[in-house]
Structures are given as structure tokens and as C-alpha cells.
Design a protein around this ligand. Structure first.
Ligand SMILES: C[S@@+](CC[C@H](N)C(=O)[O-])C[C@H]1O[C@@H](n2cnc3c(N)ncnc32)[C@H](O)[C@@H]1O
Length: 245
């Protein structure tokens, strides 16, 4: 008979369990260096500002069904890229991120004394501490492109549990940048381009979610890799507007 003792355990356990992509993503943004250069490398230059402007314009359209004063969950809020825009536009904003470091930057992006400032909280998109349908809308920008399909679906379902509608961004390959990446890859000048969802893959994933897509918006055709998809619950019944995609 094999008897387990402390020595046996010491021999058996030095097994490295690879972190799941979702854990790697969560941990990456707890690094002070990553957080310190987050805005500078992504948004604090001409192209970044243009992208922010286009994304904000698309978000306003995607949120046209949420009345002023409505409860909005911004997750992950990151460094507060949109949190303060949401609150200044009149929505009661709760901004959540799993990283305390990103949250600290988000808090600094505005003044807590501002009327209707967002409420910031640490939280995990896979286990949110809010009751069912608490929010009018949950907004999730630039997270799904970092997750595997199963985790995207799990996160989407949790967002849909706590809110009446969801606006989520997905990354697609229909841009000039993707075309250039693909050509350089074929010429052996770069590594394989990252995964992006084709229209067909997006439709399949949406069907698997059990939610109803209300609208799909291009942030900036040919230039931005982002689509915004507006979801509602199937049980909410038909709510104005053609269903797309
Ligand atoms: C690429 S940033 C996007 C932030 C922001 N939405 C934006 O557009 O700049 C990804 C964010 O997701 C957060 N995050 C990663 N995993 C998370 C999780 N499980 N729950 C909540 N936030 C998470 C990270 O801390 C990081 O702030």
C-alpha cells in the first residue's frame, strides 16, 4: 500500500500549473509599470485621442436606450477612460476593475467632489457582487479581446445577470491595420496576427450566449478594430429596432 507522508507530497507537488489566460490578464494590470504607462502608450497621443473620440461617439449611440439617471456599470473601467464621461453624461456610474492600481488611476482622472462622480469598486467580472438586473446597462470595453471564448461567454452571462442590457466590445479583423499585419506576416516580417473575431464567429458566439443582439456598431470602419454589440435578455421581449447582426 502506498502511504502519503510529507516527503511524498514534496516530491509530487512541484508541478507548474499554467495560469489560465483570464488570470494572466487580471494579473498583468496589477503591475505598476504596466499601469504607469497604460494611458501614455495607448491614449495620450494623436491616434489614441482619435480612437477615444470615435469610441466615445459609438458608445453614446450604443447607450441611446439608457435614460439620463440610469444605472450604468463600467467594467473593466481601467484607468477611467470612459467612467467620468459616463457620469458627466448623467448616468449613475459604478466603475469596477479587478486591479487596485488601475482603479487608483481611474479615481485620479477626475475630482471626487464633482457632482455625480462615479462610485469606484474593486471586483471580478466573473463574480459580481450585485443583485440580478441591478443596472440598466453594463458596459464592457476592451476586455473580451483578451479572453478565450469560454471566458468571454462566462463574463457576458455574468454581466447580463446584473444588468438589463449589455454593451460589449469585440475585436474584428476588418481594418487596414489587420491587412498590413497579415501581409507582413506572409512576407515573414512579423509573427502571426492575434486572434480577431470574424463576422461569422461573432454571430456564432452571440447565438451561444442565449442573449439577443440589438445592434452592432463599428467604432470607425477600416480604422478601429472594435465593434460594440448591444445585448438584451431574450425574456425582455421584442424591444424596438431591428435585431442585428
Ligand atoms: C485593456 S484594459 C481595458 C480598460 C478600459 N475598459 C479601457 O478601455 O481602457 C483591461 C482591464 O481589464 C481589467 N480586468 C482584467 N481581468 C478582469 C476581471 N476578471 N475582472 C475585472 N477586471 C478585469 C484589468 O485590470 C484592466 O484594467
Amino acid at each position: 500500500m502506498h502511504v502519503m507522508n510529507a516527503d511524498t507530497i514534496a516530491v509530487c507537488t512541484p508541478r507548474i500549473i499554467p495560469a489560465k489566460a483570464r488570470d494572466r490578464v487580471a494579473n498583468k494590470y496589477r503591475d505598476d509599470v504596466v499601469v504607469g504607462r497604460y494611458d501614455t502608450s495607448r491614449y495620450n497621443h494623436f491616434r489614441g485621442r482619435l480612437n477615444n473620440w470615435a469610441a466615445w461617439r459609438a458608445l453614446r449611440q450604443a447607450l441611446s436606450h439608457v435614460a439620463p439617471g440610469g444605472r450604468l456599470l463600467d467594467i473593466p473601467c481601467g484607468t477611467g477612460r470612459f467612467s467620468w464621461h459616463f457620469s458627466r453624461a448623467g448616468w449613475q456610474t459604478t466603475a469596477v476593475d479587478c486591479s487596485e492600481q488601475m482603479l487608483a488611476a481611474a479615481r485620479r482622472a477626475g475630482a471626487a467632489s464633482e457632482a455625480n462622480a462615479p462610485a469606484f469598486a474593486q471586483g471580478d467580472v466573473f463574480r459580481l457582487p450585485y443583485p440580478d438586473r441591478h443596472f440598466d446597462v453594463a458596459v464592457c470595453v476592451r476586455l473580451f479581446n483578451l479572453l478565450e471564448r469560454d471566458d468571454r461567454l462566462a463574463a457576458l452571462r455574468e454581466l447580463a445577470r446584473v444588468s438589463k442590457t449589455v454593451v460589449a466590445s469585440y475585436y474584428h479583423p476588418y481594418t487596414l491595420k489587420s491587412a498590413s499585419r497579415w501581409i507582413r506576416y506572409r512576407l515573414g516580417l512579423r509573427h502571426a496576427p492575434g486572434r480577431r473575431l470574424t463576422m461569422r464567429a461573432l454571430k456564432e458566439e452571440i447565438a451561444a450566449s442565449g442573449l439577443v443582439p440589438q445592434r452592432r456598431l463599428w467604432v470607425a470602419p477600416l480604422f478601429s478594430e472594435e465593434w460594440l454589440v448591444v445585448f438584451r435578455h431574450a425574456s425582455a421581449g421584442p424591444a424596438g429596432g431591428a435585431t442585428q447582426p
